[in-house]
Design a protein around this ligand. Sequence first.
Ligand SMILES: [Zn+2]
Length: 258
Amino acid sequence: MPSKRSLILGTLLITAATGALWLYERQKPMPPSASEYESLAETVEIDESSLHPRLRGLNDWKRPDGPWHVAIQVGHLQASDAPDELEKLRINTGTSYGKVTEWETSLAIAEKTKTILEASGIAVEILPTTIPPNHWSDIFISIHTDGNENASVSGYKVASPRRDYTGKSEEFAATLGMEYQDATSLPFDDNITKAMRGYYAFNWRRYDHSIHPETVAAIIETGFLTNARARSVIVKTPEIPAQGIASGILSFLASQKK
Ligand SMILES: [Zn+2]
């Protein structure tokens, strides 16, 4: 029989733990809203005469006819094939945990996402590290995974390009973040890096092998390979993060006109 004193102590401990959990839930960072993303973005003004010849005619550009087109890039896939202008990427093979690699994890998620989107009549292509020059799609999403020396670090990150010509990428990133959180229940990690917002594939001014300026884009770090809970979601059940990503894309496209 527990003594009366230990019962009281136990009750107090449970109350304290519930309170701490409630506080944690209250303080858990939420993904940014579209307006918060917008405040981060720089306005891009285009002076055509200053553009590389591959981008001339941008002001008269029209979307090609046809179904919605989505490009899913698998981070670090075939990194050794990177073109000369992005030579430094050849040795950037991404993070890993034991035998689990970033590119394999991201590829599994990308393939499941492709299947879901194709079932909705969307044209989907999977891209490796090398983006075909001036590559246009309605949506471009780059899929990555994180790593950290501290196994308790967890969460996913979503970012849109620092310079966005479409003016819609922030909204897409916000929608994607919400749907991803709904699907995976992973916490949002607000530690968005410069490397994410300035991702090479977004940088069409500097690199030939990058997206066309009229492409709505985002990059997602789907979770930490070094965290057990994240692995149980992104490695063991890639269909769950894929559902989150696909829902984010479908939900955003439903609000758009071709
Ligand atoms: Zn990566």
